[in-house]
Design a protein around this ligand. Structure first.
Ligand code: B1M
Length: 216
């Protein structure tokens, strides 16, 4: 198989052996970010489709996720970094009840490489923990990730809680994850989050753009 297809296949099959060598070979022709976006994420998409249609069992999805994480970790030092620092601080979390963190961690990498301080508090984080971290680190923004349909409801509850506690205007909120839609965030959630600012980021790059906008 050609290199790119072989790499995507490694994700689908959860095959780690020889991964680093293939990634290094790919780096000769492609940037680290392009490998993630154009090759590895394609593999993850296939995993999602196979799992969703019952053709792949959960333990194999987990293996694919592990290979994905290993690949991203291997590529991270090759990603472009800006020299800028101190552009602002964001707290990032995967919401309560949700363990998916590959996307959130990519957002972390992209923002960190572009001069933002990221306080990544991990998965299954209730709103209390998110707000507490934002307070403790004097954050400029809050980012919530979640991939389950259920998580879109949790995000709404989190915003409602911020409203109820008078915290909505304190931090702009950025939301991302596969189950969200732009319309849900920009229409439904904005309509209820009247005291604050809530934004949708389709991917990590839109997340970066948003941070840039929110911070100016
Ligand atoms: Co799960 N899973 N999973 N899973 N999993 C999905 C999400 C699912 C769509 C698969 C499917 O059925 N086709 C489905 C959800 C269905 C639904 O809610 N209706 C699902 C399910 C059902 C489940 C379980 C319930 C399965 C079970 O136990 N029976 C279970 C849930 C556990 C829980 O959370 N409580 C579960 C578990 C797992 C694993 C642990 C095995 C593993 C996760 C490992 C990990 O993350 N450490 C896993 C995986 C890997 C997936 C799929 C296949 C891939 C997700 C992924 O990493 N994508 C996924 C299928 C899919 O998404 N279509 C699926 C790559 C990643 C880079 O994309 O996170 O979307 P994503 O991030 C993107 C953007 O969304 C955006 O930027 C990133 C790209 O630049 N983004 C942000 C994300 N967060 C952002 C935050 C921002 C800004 C942008 O600002 C704050």
């Amino acid at each position: 198989l050609p290199l790119e297809q072989r790499l995507a296949r490694r994700i689908v099959e959860g095959e780690r052996k020889g991964l680093e060598a293939d990634l290094d070979a790919a780096l000769a022709d492609m940037s680290a970010l392009d490998i993630v976006n154009d090759v590895l994420l394609d593999g993850m998409k296939t995993v999602g489709e196979l799992f969703g249609s019952g053709q792949m069992q959960l333990p194999f999805v987990l293996q694919s996720a592990e290979v994905m994480k290993t690949a991203v970790a291997h590529l991270e030092p090759h990603m472009e970094k800006s020299d800028a620092e101190g552009k602002g601080t964001i707290v990032l979390a995967t919401v309560k009840g949700d363990v998916h963190d590959i996307g959130k961690n990519l957002v972390d990498i992209i923002l960190s490489n572009n001069g933002y301080s990221v306080v990544n508090i991990g998965i299954k984080q209730p709103i209390n923990a998110i707000v507490e971290a934002a307070e403790r680190h004097n954050a400029d923004a809050i980012g919530m990730s979640g991939l389950l349909v259920k998580s879109t409801v949790i995000m709404k509850e989190n915003l409602a809680e911020m409203m109820a506690r008078g915290l909505a205007s304190r931090w702009p909120v950025m939301l991302g994850g596969a189950a969200l839609t732009r319309a849900y965030v920009e229409d439904d959630l904005r309509e209820m989050f009247v005291d604050g600012e809530v934004h949708y980021a389709k991917d990590a790059f839109e997340g970066l753009d948003l941070m840039q906008r929110v911070m100016t």
